[in-house]
Design a protein around this ligand. Structure first.
Ligand code: XIL
Length: 371
């Protein structure tokens, strides 16, 4: 739909030193862009309200959710229930929120999410038992020898896994344990518990032998050392018979991510024979946080191409290993890229501010239908 000539024209159009003839060219290119955006927009309107992305795939299609929005926003709730068949808690099963004090667990919000999923006959994915981030303050202050730290982590993992036994299909047991150079990330867990990764998986498995256990991480594409560390961990676990059933590739990617690098990590992960979860998908269009960024037809096309790449690559994974694709929240305005990274002009998901399907949804839907 978009060609480079138009983009060039548009870029020239934004230059301050333009000759009159260039100005008219610039006007024309703006007009073309407007038409392009408008035609995509019209296309978006053509999709039948009964047509959903989830109908085009055989694996669970999920979103992470925020219980406050589920409660307060009827459009968010309706959309999350209608479009998705799997649910992840964006924050409320993380250490700080679910285990706020040494002797107190708070399952209220996690339970609400599970109840929501049940109502919609969705699967629940658990995120995350062990992470260096969003640990509870009391954990950071904890004093004790190795045994005491092991007791703490074991009790944390097993209390949560048992609470949700039979209701949660799979758990991100450990999240983001490796640095880009492949070394183990320093954390309170690596500092106090030797071999904490393997121990965490063993404890989770003891608590619910039926739950699928995942190692989850981000940014493996273009980081061969990090990917190698993950693959080595899987090999080592297999050798030692440590239970691990899946790899979560977060897939917080951008329109600048390199297709070949993404495909390579998918192939390498699939070759382990484990379940594969694209666990936190979003495609950033304004990764440098340009305040003047315009989400034009060019950016939208680049974005829908990336979404399509993720979905078509996922389709190449043997069916038995396809755990699912999960988006990191529902609408653009709910995305952590806007909140956490303070990027107001970021549009990384499939639904707009009004919880309507965006043109990229339609492009992805149509693209998948053609496959
Ligand atoms: C993010 C949430 O989306 C934010 O709301 C929170 O403030 C910080 O964490 N990798 C993960 C997720 O595994 O848990 C993170 O979620 C995003 C990066």
């Amino acid at each position: 739909m978009m060609n480079m000539e138009n983009v060039k024209l548009r870029m020239e159009a934004s230059s301050p030193k333009l000759l009159p003839c260039e100005k008219s060219l610039a006007m024309k290119s703006f007009f073309i862009l407007f038409l392009l955006s408008f035609s995509t927009f019209l296309q978006a309107q053509q999709i039948d309200s009964g047509e959903f992305l989830k109908q085009l795939v055989k694996y669970p299609l999920g979103a992470s959710v925020n219980p406050r929005l589920l409660e307060e926003n009827a459009s968010y709730r309706a959309l999350a229930g209608m479009e998705f068949t799997s649910v992840t808690a964006e924050n409320h099963m993380k250490m700080a929120l679910i285990h706020p004090e040494a002797n107190r667990f708070d399952f209220a919000k996690g339970d609400e999410i599970v109840a929501f999923a049940k109502k919609n006959k969705s699967r629940v994915h658990g995120h995350t038992l062990v992470w260096h981030n969003q640990t509870a303050p009391w954990m950071k202050e904890f004093q004790g020898d190795q045994q005491a730290w092991e007791n703490l982590l074991k009790q944390h993992i097993q209390t949560i896994v048992k609470h949700y036994q039979g209701q949660i299909a799979g758990w991100d047991v450990v999240n983001e344990a490796f640095l880009d150079d492949g070394s183990l990330r320093p954390s309170i867990w690596s500092d106090h518990i030797p071999d904490y990764l393997a121990k965490s998986f063993i404890w989770a498995h003891e608590a619910d032998p039926k739950a699928l256990l995942f190692y989850n991480d981000y940014g493996q594409d273009g980081k061969p050392k990090k990917m190698e560390a993950i693959l080595n961990m899987v090999q080592d676990f297999k050798k030692r018979q440590i239970p691990i059933h899946g790899l979560g590739l977060q897939m917080h990617i951008s329109i600048q991510s390199k297709n070949e690098e993404i495909k390579q990590v998918i192939e390498q992960s699939t070759a382990t024979g484990l379940n594969i979860h694209f666990s936190e998908v979003d495609v950033a269009v304004n990764p440098k946080n340009n305040p003047d960024f315009i989400y034009d037809a060019f950016a939208q096309k680049a974005q829908s191409d990336k979404f399509l790449l993720l979905f078509t690559s996922f389709a190449t994974i043997p069916a038995a290993q396809q755990y699912g694709i999960t988006f990191w929240n529902v609408g653009d305005k709910d995305s952590w890229l806007r909140g956490y990274f303070k990027r107001p002009k970021e549009y990384p998901l499939l639904f707009d501010e009004a919880y309507q399907k965006k043109p990229v949804y339609v492009e992805l839907y149509e693209g998948l239908k053609r496959k």
